[in-house]
Design a binder for this molecule. Structure first.
Ligand code: SAM
Length: 284
């Protein structure tokens, strides 16, 4: 396990993932009934952007740094408000020195009746995350392979909730693993909302990934993508995507406002682009 998210925290891929994650959790909070979020690959929860690692790549400057570099358009502001409230909650004033990871963003949006289960396999990262939420009875941090939780922890006892699957993609076959994991999870918890992260880069098997998702027979599913640059100039990420199963009926309308804005603000060259692909069914 070599992947450490500190090098990437707050980058353009985190901005898309966390902005959408916050929309999904906010939607769940519109009904009184309790929900649970399961974060299968949780990371350490809070990232020091002044650290040597974050400074070394400077990736956050092209993500959350750019996002906050100018005021937000009026139509975008309320859509990003839940996400940015979580970012501001870990910083003093408007300077961003720390960046919240997915468990911290989710925690910020929980109501007293809601719960978060966060899984992390790296022993040091697990320890850090466990310490961060020590004494918080709404959060359970577990040192476990997140893929296993897609069987063992589903359905949650609340019977309502969201599963975030955000693996590091450091091994071959992660796209296939994502589809297998989703199929297994969806059989156990078909009513859950799922948000699965995947990278866009040169040679990424996106067509085969979409085909496998379509073949799964899962009835309501979209993919949301933001590319910030051409994949010809870099061997690294050129963008990222999210597969969302059982998206709230409000989400596509929100994305129609958010995605063009994110593209404009985060674009690194003229090949930046966005798309929403309906992989299955009428959403909503
Ligand atoms: N979800 C986090 C966020 O948005 O702030 C970032 C997670 S990072 C992309 C992936 C994390 O998964 C790393 O912290 C890594 O140590 C952890 N990890 C790798 N393999 C894992 C596994 N099989 N089960 C659980 N965690 C794993």
């Amino acid at each position: 396990m070599n992947y450490r998210h500190i090098y990437h925290a707050g980058n353009f891929a985190d901005v898309l993932k966390h902005a959408v994650l916050a929309r999904l959790v906010t939607y769940l909070g519109q009904k009184d009934k309790a929900f649970r979020v399961i974060d299968t690959h949780a990371g350490i929860g809070l990232y020091d952007l002044a650290s040597e690692e974050a400074q070394k790549t400077g990736e956050w400057l092209e993500g959350i740094g750019r996002l906050l570099s100018e005021p937000l358009p009026a139509a975008v502001e309320p859509l990003l408000a839940p996400y940015l409230a979580a970012v501001r909650a870990v910083n003093d004033g408007d300077r961003v020195l720390r960046y919240p990871g997915s468990p911290m963003i989710v925690r910020h949006l929980l109501r007293p009746q809601d719960r978060l289960s966060a899984l992390e396999l790296h022993p040091d990262d697990y320890e850090t995350l466990h310490r961060l939420f020590d004494g918080d009875f709404q959060v359970r941090v577990t040192h476990l392979d997140g893929w296993l939780s897609l069987g063992a922890h589903l359905p949650p006892k609340e019977k309502r909730g969201l599963v975030l699957v955000d693996p590091p993609f450091e091994k071959e076959g992660e796209y296939e693993r994502l589809v297998d994991g989703l199929e297994k999870a969806h059989r156990r918890f078909p009513g859950g909302t799922y948000c699965l992260w995947y990278p866009l880069k040169r040679g990424a098997p996106i067509d085969a990934f979409y085909a496998a998702l379509r073949e799964s027979g899962i009835p309501k599913m979209i993919a949301v993508e933001l590319s910030v640059r051409s994949d010809r100039e870099t061997t690294g990420l050129s963008g990222s995507g999210l597969v969302i199963v059982n998206p709230p009926f409000t989400l596509e309308g929100e994305l129609a406002v958010l995605l063009p804005f994110l593209k404009e603000r985060l674009a690194q060259d003229r090949f930046a682009g966005t798309r929403v692909v309906r992989l299955a069914g009428e959403t909503g």
